[in-house]
Ligand binder design. Structure first.
Ligand SMILES: C[S@@+](CC[C@H](N)C(=O)[O-])C[C@H]1O[C@@H](n2cnc3c(N)ncnc32)[C@H](O)[C@@H]1O
Length: 264
């Protein structure tokens, strides 16, 4: 999904809307707080597993502040060669003290046997930042277009729930220590307001939107896909977790993005 230059632009702050930039900072502030809490609770530097680590933006930011001392190990997975190359550069920088490593791995396989090798370590936190949780498109939803440029018909039941989302986060949950947490850093609220901001953003990145207000995700001709969530949908995508172990935290006062915290 991030192989085209247009999609890669969505990771660059100069293309982002102020809503995206501010969601990133609100997410980061909350993430640092949660890392501090887990560190205090466990009484030792913690281990973090990052799903869709991208360009290594989050570990790099963490390494610039004292929060990095509260982290023993930071392992990221990704499936984009472009992102992994940049992440590997970050990982080799001296300031990272050898604590950051990246692995080419498809997050939708986290709940399968292919992920066994990851289980030699138990993590205190599994994080998934900057709207990545909305990236897991069921492959039966095709991104082909009709003659009028609109997305071809698909079965909306494929999002009731999205089984790929469940595989990713159930797999991540199984990698956690008891008392560990999943931090779904930011998800988009499902509203027309947010949809229009997403559309403006992807168009500024040079993409062509193929979805409308009828869809609960925004997709582009360039095969970019991003799902939106309301509270009950976010909760229903975590069916193995008791409801009292799920918290949603608003990242702003205008219903753009929220963080989902799952405690094990
Ligand atoms: C929106 S970017 C976020 C990057 C990073 N987390 C950040 O906050 O800057 C999403 C990242 O998730 C990765 N990704 C998407 N689907 C994935 C999958 N199935 N398995 C692993 N990584 C995936 C993409 O390649 C991309 O690097």
């Amino acid at each position: 999904m991030y192989s085209s230059e247009e999609a890669q632009r969505t990771l660059k702050s100069r293309y982002m809307t102020p809503y995206h930039v501010q969601a990133q900072w609100a997410e980061f502030a909350n993430l640092k707080r949660i890392i501090g809490e887990q560190y205090k609770k466990s009484g030792r530097p913690i281990r973090i597993f990052d799903i869709g680590v991208g360009t290594g933006r989050i570990p790099l930011l963490l390494s610039k502040v004292a929060t990095w001392d509260k982290i023993a190990e930071y392992t990221g997975i990704d499936i984009s060669e472009f992102c992994l190359a940049l992440s590997n550069e970050v990982a080799s920088a001296r300031r990272m003290s050898g604590k950051f490593k990246v692995i080419f791995f498809d997050a939708t396989k986290l709940a399968t046997k292919a992920a066994e090798f990851l289980k030699s370590v138990r993590y205190d936190l599994a994080v998934c930042t900057y709207f990545t949780a909305g990236d897991f498109r069921p492959e039966q939803i095709k991104l082909d277009v009709n003659k009028d440029g609109s997305i071809v018909d698909y079965d909306a039941r494929l999002l009731r729930p999205n089984r790929d989302f469940i595989s990713v986060f159930k797999g991540a949950y199984d990698l956690l220590e008891d008392g560990g947490k999943i931090v779904i850093g930011s998800i988009y609220y499902d509203s027309d307001f947010v949809r229009k901001i997403q559309e403006r953003f992807y168009e500024k990145c040079g993409m062509h939107v193929i979805t409308t207000s009828k869809d609960e995700f925004t997709a582009t001709r360039e095969r970019f896909w991003s799902e939106r969530f309301d509270t009950s949908k976010a909760r229903s995508y975590l069916p193995w977790v008791s409801q009292n172990k799920i918290d949603l935290i608003d990242l702003d006062d205008y219903d753009f993005a929220s963080m989902v915290l799952v405690s094990k």
